[in-house]
Design a binder for this molecule. Structure first.
Ligand code: ADP
Ligand code: MG
Length: 462
C-alpha cells in the first residue's frame, strides 16, 4: 500500500464526518469509518445476479428456521462441544413464543472469483448472516459520499444506487403495523460500548421517521427491566413489538449471567424477534455446510432457486467427510486441510469476525483437535476473489494498493402462517480490504466500506 495525500481525501473525510459515517474508538473518541475513495468495479450482469439471489436465500433461511427437527439433526453433534449452539438450540425448542409473524433482516455475503474456464466471473457465497446484519446505515451514507465525490463525471451515472436503510425501515413499519399495538415500541438489543453505534443510530432514525419509537437496551438491562405481561414483553409498562438484535451473536454477550435471561424473555414473548433463536441457528456455518448438499437444499426450496443458489456455493465440508485430493485419492477433509492449508478456511460456529483459522493456525488446530472437537468446525474452500486497485482511507490517512471486495446483499423478509408477505432485496454492502488480509470487519479495522460501480463505465471522461 502507498500513502496518498490530496485535497480530495480531506473533502471525503469531511463529508463522512458531516453525514455521520463514524465509529467510536475503544477510548471513547470518534473517528470516521474506514472507507474506499474509489468504488469497486463490477460487471452489471454480475451485480444483477447478486441482487436476484437475495429472495431465494431469505426464503431458504425462513424454511430452515421453521424446521426444528432439521436444525436439531444438523447441529446436534456441534452442540455436544459448543455450549453456545447448545443453549440456542435449547431456547429454540423450549420457546413458548406465540409469535406467528417471522421477520428477517439478512445479509448474504459474496466474493467474485475469476473463472478462466467460462470467462464470466463466478459468484461465491461466503456466508448468510441471519443475526445483526450490520452496516445498512453506513452503506447508505457511503453511497451518498461516492455520489458527491463523482458529481459531474460520467462515473456518477455508473455508481450502483444503494440505500438499504429505506427498505429495512419500511420492513419495520410493515411488521409494526401487523403487530398492532399502538403504544408499542421497537427494542434494539445492543452491546454495551458498541463501536458501530452510528450505523445503528442511522437505522433508528429511519424507523423513528416512520413514527415508531425505538429504544436501545442491552440484554442485561432487558433481563433487569423487562417482564412478561399476558405474553407480551413489557418494559416500563410499554410493549416491545419488535426486538431487533445487534447483539447476542457471540457467547461474549452472555458472560454476564443475567444476559441469557434477557434473551429468554424475548424468545418467550410475543415480540417479533429479528431473529428468533431458530433463525439465528439457520445462519450458522454448520447449517451452511449441511445445505451445500443439493438433495438437502431441495428439501427447503424449489429446483430453480436451488440451482441459482448452488452455483454460488464454494466447496464446504464436515471435517470427517471424505474428499478427493488433487492426487485423486480419498482422504478425510481434516487431513487434506493439514496437507494443503492454503486451500482452506477453518470455521467455528461463531459470528462477528476474527474467529476463522487460516494456514498455520488451521494446521495447529487440526493436528491436535479430537474427533469430538472437530464437530464444532466446518472446512471451507478458500475463495480467491478478483483483485482491483483501490484508494482506502482510515483514521485520516489514505493509501493505495491492490484490494479485494466482499459484497453483501440485504434481504428483508416477512412471513406469517399464510405465507410470504414481503421478500425484498434492500441494497448492498461492500467491504474492501488489502488482498492479503484474511478477516473482513470494518469496525475492527480490517476492511473499508465501499460502493459498486458498473465496470463498463468506470473510465474517467477525457
Ligand atoms: P463471520 O461470521 O465471522 O463474519 P465469515 O464466514 O463471514 O465469518 O468470515 C469472516 C471473513 O473471513 C469474511 O468476511 C471473509 O473476508 C473471510 N472469509 C470467510 N470465508 C472465506 C473463504 N471461504 N475464503 C476466503 N475468505 C473467507
Ligand atoms: Mg461474515
Amino acid at each position: 500500500m502507498q500513502a496518498v495525500t490530496t485535497a480530495r481525501v480531506t473533502e471525503a473525510i469531511d463529508f463522512a464526518l458531516v453525514h455521520g459515517l463514524l465509529k467510536r474508538t475503544p477510548d471513547g473518541g470518534l473517528v470516521h469509518m474506514p472507507f474506499a475513495l474509489t468504488p469497486c468495479p463490477i460487471a452489471r450482469e454480475t451485480a444483477e445476479r447478486l441482487e436476484r439471489l437475495t429472495g431465494p436465500f431469505s426464503h431458504l433461511a425462513h424454511s430452515v428456521s421453521s424446521n426444528l427437527p432439521f436444525l436439531q439433526e444438523a447441529l446436534g453433534q456441534v452442540a455436544r462441544t459448543d455450549q453456545f449452539t447448545a443453549d440456542l438450540l435449547k431456547l429454540a425448542k423450549a420457546s413458548a413464543s406465540t409469535q406467528t409473524l417471522q421477520f428477517q433482516i439478512t445479509r448474504s455475503d459474496y466474493f467474485i472469483q475469476a473463472d478462466p474456464e467460462h470467462g464470466t466471473p463466478r459468484i461465491r457465497q461466503v456466508e448468510l448472516n441471519t443475526i445483526s446484519s450490520s452496516y445498512p446505515g453506513a452503506a447508505a451514507k457511503l453511497y451518498a459520499l461516492h455520489r458527491h465525490l463523482l458529481a459531474g463525471t460520467l462515473q456518477q451515472a455508473a455508481l450502483l444506487p444503494n440505500n438499504p436503510l429505506e427498505g429495512i425501515a419500511d420492513g419495520f413499519e410493515r411488521a409494526f403495523q401487523i403487530y398492532g399495538h399502538g403504544d408499542a415500541f421497537v427494542l434494539m438489543v445492543v452491546q454495551p460500548g458498541e463501536g458501530n453505534v452510528f450505523d445503528q443510530r442511522l437505522l433508528e432514525l429511519a424507523i423513528r421517521e416512520r413514527g415508531i419509537p425505538v429504544r436501545r437496551m442491552t440484554l442485561e438491562e432487558i433481563a433487569d427491566q423487562g417482564e412478561l405481561r399476558e405474553g407480551h414483553l413489557s418494559v416500563s409498562g410499554r410493549i416491545a413489538a419488535i426486538c431487533y438484535f445487534r447483539a447476542g451473536y457471540t457467547p461474549d454477550d452472555f458472560i454476564p449471567t443475567e444476559a441469557f435471561k434477557g434473551r429468554e424473555l424475548i424468545e418467550n414473548s410475543s415480540s417479533i424477534s429479528i431473529p428468533n433463536a431458530a433463525t439465528q441457528l439457520a445462519g450458522t456455518k454448520k447449517v451452511q455446510q449441511v445445505l451445500a448438499d443439493g438433495a438437502v437444499l431441495r428439501r427447503f426450496c424449489g429446483d430453480a432457486d436451488a440451482v441459482a443458489m448452488e452455483q454460488t456455493f464454494a466447496r464446504i465440508y464436515d471435517l470427517d467427510e471424505e474428499v478427493t485430493t488433487p492426487g485423486g485419492g480419498p482422504q478425510f477433509a481434516w487431513k487434506a486441510a493439514i496437507e494443503s492449508p492454503r486451500e482452506y478456511v477453518l470455521k467455528p460456529q461463531r459470528e462477528g469476525g476474527g474467529n476463522n483459522l487460516y494456514e498455520e493456525e488451521l494446521v495447529e488446530k487440526l493436528t491436535h483437535a479430537s474427533a469430538e472437537e472437530r464437530k464444532a468446525y466446518i472446512l471451507m474452500e478458500r475463495i480467491r476473489p478478483i483483485p482491483h486497485l483501490a484508494t482506502v482511507v482510515s483514521a485520516g490517512e489514505a493509501e493505495e494498493g491492490t484490494c479485494v471486495s466482499e459484497i453483501g446483499r440485504f434481504g428483508v423478509y416477512l412471513a406469517d402462517e399464510s405465507g410470504e408477505l414481503l421478500n425484498l432485496d434492500a441494497g448492498y454492502l461492500v467491504r474492501t480490504k488489502g488482498h492479503q488480509v484474511r478477516e473482513g470487519g470494518v469496525t475492527a479495522g480490517f476492511a473499508y466500506l465501499n460502493s459498486l460501480i458498473a465496470e463498463d463505465q468506470t473510465e474517467a471522461p477525457n
